[in-house]
Design a protein around this ligand. Structure first.
Ligand code: PGA
Ligand code: ZN
Length: 425
């Protein structure tokens, strides 16, 4: 056992990329070194996520403040964890869950608990003198393929696209460095095409940095993407993906998906997706159906034969994942630490996915800070795929740039996942 005692825990309210308050936590070891982590937040959230505690006082930040969560860290959590060994990640996470005492972390707040959980991991890595990814997994070596969401819609923009993310995956690159170069070049070409057709205003971006163009439906974005890819000269190196985020355009009462002015029942929507996969090399689809339709997911997963990723469906929760696996719903899990609220539970969900031959895609939230933590996590998980937005704004570039550092640090041990992104060796 190490002798790295937690001497202090201190949280504060900071600001995320949307200008919304969020929690930053510091965990001190022996009063001499520190681990710090910021908590991300979603806008297009699933209804089964752990509880993001907000103050609700309209006088400050229109009710979005997190001062209560900060106080919970500085009082309740700090007073219990002082003196604990910082390397006891799981014990610490379980202790915080017990202290909270609710099934969805609604008393202390998942944002309070997660801030400490992540800062504990950073502090422990610092105490051991190694990078976070290496602390979590000494055999980390897979560098992920980035899922670049070039065109944005849904809740993350103000345009009429129902589908939230139209994504390019540079699977033909040989390194992260090359994947960034390719996708950045394609984005510049896409920018020219968008300006040519819609004018300069159409190059404004959504929450994750993709263009929020006034396109419609599902076909037009793919036409633009494939033209940009071709013009940039990368047709053979690129495949496509989508985050449909379909819960947010599903009418629960009518049991109908409303897309581009047309109503689709589940079977018709699966038919449309099938048509799209025959027309374009689409290899991955996230949240193609609403968040509680496990049976529909099972049908669709069989029918499409590509990677189907559950985000709002699984919410990084072992219990939801277990249900999905039993039914054959989807074949990959989106990994978002704040959906579940501790590092240990998120890692458990990933391990559970792997054991059942499901893939894991590590993901940003639409509300991020400059903290690059998920870049270390994706390498620690050897997951092979990361969704972390367009490299055009600081809270996204921090993740891409961190992956460049890790790739360099790993040197010849690094393997870019490439076409094996779903099941990297
Ligand atoms: P969110 O969006 O972070 O707002 O949930 C991202 C996603 O749906 O994948
Ligand atoms: Zn999603």
């Amino acid at each position: 056992m190490s002798n790295f005692r937690i001497s202090e825990i201190k949280a504060r309210q900071i600001i995320d990329c949307r200008g919304w308050p969020t929690v930053q936590a510091d965990v001190w070891v022996d009063g001499r070194l520190m681990g710090r982590a910021d908590v991300p937040a979603g806008r297009s959230t699933g209804s089964h996520e752990a509880h993001d505690l907000r103050d609700g006082d309209e006088r400050w930040y229109r009710g979005l403040g997190v001062e209560k969560a900060v106080t919970n860290v500085n009082n309740d959590i700090a007073s219990v964890l002082r003196g604990w060994d910082v390397t006891e990640q799981r014990k610490i996470d379980m202790e915080m869950n017990e202290l909270d005492g609710t099934p969805n972390k609604s008393r202390l707040g998942a944002n309070a608990i997660l801030g400490v959980s992540l800062a504990v991991a950073r502090a422990a890595a610092n105490a051991c003198g190694v990078s976070l990814y290496r602390y979590i997994n000494p055999t980390s070596h897979v560098i992920p393929v980035p899922l670049m969401n070039f065109l944005n819609g849904g809740k993350l923009t103000a345009n009429d696209l129902e589908i939230q993310e139209f994504i390019i995956m540079p699977v033909g690159a040989t390194s992260y460095k090359e994947s960034l170069q390719m996708t950045t070049e394609i984005n510049e070409v896409l920018r020219d095409l968008v300006i040519e057709r819609y004018g300069i205003l159409a190059t404004n971006t959504g929450d994750e940095g993709g263009f929020a163009t006034p396109m419609r439906g599902i076909h037009e974005p793919f036409e633009f993407l494939s033209r940009a890819v071709e013009k940039a000269g990368y047709t053979d190196d690129i495949v496509y993906a989508m985050d449909c985020a379909s819960t947010h355009w599903y009418d629960k009462e009518k049991k109908i998906y409303e897309l581009d002015g047309k109503a689709y029942d589940r079977d018709a929507l699966i038919g449309l997706y099938k048509e799209m996969t025959e027309k374009y090399p689409i290899v991955s689809m996230e949240d193609p159906l609403e968040e509680d339709d496990f049976e529909g997911y099972a049908l669709l997963t069989k029918e499409l034969g590509i990677q189907i990723v559950g985000d709002d469906l699984f919410v990084t929760n072992v219990e939801r994942l277990r249900q999905g696996i039993q039914k054959g719903a989807a074949n990959a899990m989106l990994f978002k630490v704040n959906q579940i609220g501790t590092l240990s539970e998120a890692l458990d969900a990933a391990e559970f996915a792997y054991r059942h031959n499901y893939g894991v895609q590590v993901s940003e939230r639409s509300g991020e800070t400059e903290d690059p933590l998920i870049s270390d996590l994706v390498v620690a998980l050897n997951s092979g795929q990361i969704k972390t937005g367009m490299p055009v704004r600081g809270e996204r570039t921090s993740k891409h740039n961190r992956l460049l550092q890790i790739e360099e640090e790993l040197g010849t041990a690094a393997t870019y996942a490439g076409r094996n992104f779903a099941k990297p060796a």
